[in-house]
Design a protein around this ligand. Sequence first.
Ligand SMILES: [Ca+2]
Ligand SMILES: [Ca+2]
Length: 280
Amino acid sequence: MGVALRAGLGRANRVNGHEWGFAHGFGLTVMKPICICIRDKHFRNPDISNPNIMKFTCVAALALLASFVMSKALGGVLVVPGTSDIWLAGTPDGTSASLGDVAPAQSPVLAGGVVAGGSYTFVVTGSVNNFPGPSGLGPDGGQFYEHSWGAENGLSGLHAPINSLVGVFLDSSSPLGQPVLGGLDFASIGLDFPSLSPGLRQPFFIGDGMTGTQAVQTFTAPSGATRLFLGTMDGWGWWNNDGAFSVTVNGPAVPEPSAYAMVAGLALLGFGWHRRHSRR
Ligand SMILES: [Ca+2]
Ligand SMILES: [Ca+2]
């Protein structure tokens, strides 16, 4: 269904029979498919003075807005520097990790708010190196490596290809002092899993987000997860790493406060319009 939301000022109007505007509010453009689905003569010939039309339009706006904000790329295209140490995820400034790394200088990248139980996919390009200079490796990385400190700062250890893209799901609290799960070993799991369900505070391999046969892999956020962090794989000392990944994360996003405000505004507009016209 082709749907476009646009902000607009001006009075309620109609364009080509498919567009309704809210006075001094938000406009909703609904393409032909929804009009074909709704076998209502009013919808084929919209009449904004009809309360049923406006009620339906408001409900549709809310539903479409919900779908709009609940599935999108988190944070656009993210740059994940090679210096991003996942064992500093969610820790306060000044926290140290992995022999020489300190937050926030070597902190991983916060991809954005996530929904527990939501499935996420990744589009990844670029290359990093665990020391200065190019590695020539892609996002799937090279030989298997171990985080030398194992579990650290409340985050599990990890056995994964060096210079690969890795991630970790956290709740809204610092991982420091939290219970630690066993580390994931991707030499055993393999790199071509169709889907993965890592635990909270349990770093995991992402690589290029695809299997060796180019099938897209899905990653499910665990119960309690509210945040996703992205970093790179090294054994120790991310501070001297080179390069960067460009990452797009697709999946259900936690609506921004502005989205809630938009929904509330639409609901108030619809309610006010309905009361005004129901008194006629
Ligand atoms: Ca290094
Ligand atoms: Ca891969």
